[in-house]
Design a protein around this ligand. Sequence first.
Ligand code: SF4
Length: 528
Amino acid sequence: MLVNNLIIKNWKKIAVSFALLYPNQLELMLSSYTIRLLYEFLNADSEVACELFYLPKGLRYPASRDLLNRNDIRSLENHILPVDFDVIGISLHSEEDIKNIFWFLDKSSIPIERSQRHSFSKESGKIFPFIIAGGPVITSNPLALSNCVDAFFIGDSEPNLIRFIEVFKAFKLKQLTPQQFFEELRHIEGIYLPEINNITKRVYLSELDQSKIPIKQLNAIATQRQKAFENNFFIEVNRGCPFSCNFCISSYHNRPFRNRSYEAIVDAINEACFHSEFQKISLIGSCVSSHPNFPEICKCIIAKKKQISIPSIRIEHVTDEVIAILEKGDVKTITLAPETGSEELRYTLGKKITNDLFFEIMTKIEHSKIRNVKLYFLIGLPEESEGDIEELISIVHELGQLGFDKKALRINVNPFVPKLNTPYEFETNFYQQANIPILIKRFELIQKELKNVSSIKLKIKNPKEIMRKARIQALISLADSSISEFLLKYYYNGANFNSLKKVEELEDLSIDEYLEKVKQGYKAWKIN
Ligand code: SF4
């Protein structure tokens, strides 16, 4: 697999080497707009060499159990080992990837624990990379990684990365002592340093146009068999969301909702088409259909003879005009998120969309040239009852009668995971061990009732496994620094279900008790 548009710099001519880690596989790394953005953004500084790292498939935990050689983990560009970089920057998008971060450091012989890196450097003179992290999981709550990471970026990272690099350059040139370096960082709003536990605020760009769109974006050179690696161009049209669904970090952690100007979007599309050949333009944003020029943006892409890819559309935004545009753009699949089958529960979540409207729109889609619909549902929501699950099953059955082709309705059902600093942050009830079987049964019921509907493709594989992963995700999302210690031991013991139980005994920490404390109002991290 070859990656296009890599930026390869001469290390003799740079001041700072920056390892950008996406703690999962290459395929996912290339589908991340953040990685494309940060890569071009950091490399725009001629004194910085930003090089990429991703993780191999089939990891075994801890890294000592994995047969892969330490020397095989090298940057894509100059094939440098992680330990030889000045800075390691981690973009974290899923709680599950925390164990992969530990694996990466461990395999690279970099002490995972922050305190050990510092004491090693004092004793042996070995300077380890300075480790920073950002992304939605970190902004929501960085504390699960507080014993590992040196500095966290809370909120939009663009403004603070520039300031961080300037301060780091001065430190590297010995113009600042380590104490002065930390002192400088402490004064940057939006940087959290667990070493001193400073109080900081979430930072954000006031205008999205201030975030420059990467033009020569990373892309895979795909073979015929590697269809996942389409050659595409990503364009972020908005950040945040104007709606406020009670469970959603996209809305609560990205406030205020900001649209990029239509002019900037069109200019970027024109420039990108001039520089590169690609087939598809993907619109990026939590609610791209809320952009006031959404139809015009789609028309502009069609006029350039490119395919359009859209992440998900608010149900009420699927108008006749939008359907006609998507048909013209040869869009074959549309994604909608009704979240529940129960209208009442949907309203409680903050998604004020009636079932009648949902059906009306689904009927229109069925009559159009759009062949497939991906539908996202959540279960395990606060106040959810057995009746709500029956409503979900019944609504999907009814959709199955609308006339869609075989397996055209792709139904995704995920467990709701409470996120810190959202209105549902204390809703841990379903993650108590005693209540987990309730959700497993709900998953199994949905599987049983929907498996024989020909127009439906149901994406639920193993309910027990789904719930095990979700419980860890909930714990990480709501973690305090004691959980950070716990997670490290969980990693060293194999990062699986058995190790979870074992570490609970070893550490004398009960997940149930911790989640109960949260349910009673304990909040480990507050966004200012
Ligand atoms: S509409 Fe979607 S992105 Fe916006 S708050 Fe609701 S769930 Fe989040």
